[in-house]
Design a protein around this ligand. Sequence first.
Ligand SMILES: C[S@@+](CC[C@H](N)C(=O)[O-])C[C@H]1O[C@@H](n2cnc3c(N)ncnc32)[C@H](O)[C@@H]1O
Length: 255
Amino acid sequence: MLRKFRKLHSTYRYATSSFPDFSSAVRNAADQFFYREFLSTSPIPQASNALLQKLETAPLTLPPRALLGNGTQTVDGLSFLVLLAKALHAHTVFEIGTFTGVTAFTLAMNLPTLTIDTLDLPAGDLPALDFERDDKGYMPLRRRRRVFEDKPEGSRITQHEGDSARFDFSALGKTFDLVYVDGAHSYDYVANDTQAAFNIVSGSVGAIVWDDYSPAWRGVVRYLNERTDIEIHRVPATRLVLWLSSGAKSLLTQP
Ligand SMILES: C[S@@+](CC[C@H](N)C(=O)[O-])C[C@H]1O[C@@H](n2cnc3c(N)ncnc32)[C@H](O)[C@@H]1O
């Protein structure tokens, strides 16, 4: 079933990229159709309504729409990350894949005592492991100005430069309440970054969130689908997948 869906989906991707006049309405409808099919064959269950409803009670502030676009987190994704960090009473976040910095900025804006460490490739560097062809478009060719740089929130954000396959995560210890995995999307990178995330996430009340569980990123999907050894959940209306430590689970599910 999954193989049939993949074949159909790659034919569709070929058709949409080869015929640019494919109308956007048809494209949107087809995208939605494929996304529904993708979710219906996913082995990863959706997060429970009880958990989601609990998160949704806190207020939040979103960044200007102009800061969101191709490659950044979506409004629903940002909302979830902020609400999760608030519910966990997070003090520390590690992000793999800074890009424009809008997610780091949004988290810092909503949690006034939060500190964030965020890692991205140095400008012009290519990663050590295999990456997906589409990853290249998001890698910095020249130094990228991050949205938090001229903001007061920027003083609580530490920018690290390096390849996540070579970065020394062990020096950080298991000190992060939330780890957000959003770097390169190949199977090898998601495996590497997931291992790093488990090495630094707090053992008491910690959470890991992966972005881009979507048909466009096959490496992410294949890797996460294979992780039947850990309890992970999809977050509805987003491309996010969530893992909670047992302490975080108790905190978020207690009445
Ligand atoms: C999709 S963007 C991240 C979006 C951002 N996290 C957000 O929420 O708006 C992916 C980022 O990962 C970075 N990246 C790709 N490969 C990486 C690697 N091996 N190590 C560190 N960062 C990497 C890219 O340079 C890019 O900035």
